[in-house]
Design a protein around this ligand. Sequence first.
Ligand SMILES: *Cc1c(COP(=O)(O)O)cnc(C)c1O
Length: 363
Amino acid sequence: MKWKNQILNLEAYKPGKTIDEVKKQYKLESIVKLASNENPYGYSPKVDQALKDFKASYILYPDGYASNLREVMADLLNVDARQLIFTNGADELIQIISRALLEPGKNTVMANPTFSQYRHNAVIEGAEVREVDLLNGKHDLKGMLSQIDENTAIVWVCNPNNPTGTYMLEEELQVFLEQVPSDVLVVLDEAYFEYVDKDIAYNSLSFLEQFPNLIVMKTFSKIYGLASFRVGYGISSIANIQSLDPARPPFNTNVLGQLAASTAILDKDFVESCRLKNETEKQKYYDFCQENHLSYFPTQANFILIDFACDGDKISQFLLSKGLIVRSGKALGYPTGVRITLGSKAQNQQVRNAIKEFMELNS
Ligand SMILES: *Cc1c(COP(=O)(O)O)cnc(C)c1O
């Protein structure tokens, strides 16, 4: 076969072990998955009702334009319906953006470590990847600006950043956007936006008018608890969306996903209750880390990256043997860390107990 060269050296995404695999391997009854930052509190109960009431046929293709979801979202976000693109998860939007803009001879700038799919898709398109190390877990925006040249097509900003959970403030983003050339697309990935503390959160859509080269990316997979439905979306200028749309597969979001998303987005109480619980649970992890002299990044998301000052695989393997699936920092650019999704109260207590046990065994 005549595979692209870059494909031959690329590894497929390795998801954490599945619940069934861990059950079998360790002969455990109950497994807690805290590896992919899904919502431990589920999703809005209104979604179940909407799905139950759903009557249309599965035989026909879905509405490729996601008209109903589009209308709901345009209304809610106060944007023109043509400023929106809906995708099979935000992952697919990353793919579409990369396909539409990247090719050999072009380059793309991103932080390191950050969400792995920016790099992955850029490599497939044959573009040069310019990674700029984080500074104390935060994007080094000055460093990123210095990497931009006339061949730069995309700059990725993950806010809050996965895997560190750090958040850049409105002023920082403003200053950054002012300095990015207007023909370079800035992708602002806000997969965890809903978790950000209310006193520092800001509406990045207010930047769209001043910066038509900005696209904001969001998802229903995290706080909305609908990861399995695969719905993400982007908000940008009408012109940008028109240019991206030909790279979008015609029926990329499905009928149930569209329905679940348009129902979930209206249940603001559910989202707020999850944010508050997350805040409470986050504080308990902070206290635990301080008591046990573990360093961590203060997080604005529903995960925490903790440094155990030992091989991250070792502690994540230990947690796995207890039925707790977390993400070793080894695969995330922090070899001595572990990224743990903030679960429910009981789940988090279980994790902290297991960590204590690990530390006692290894001290
Ligand atoms: C989870 C995640 C996504 C992708 O989410 P989808 O499930 O594809 O919508 C995108 N960006 C970041 C930073 C994420 O953590």
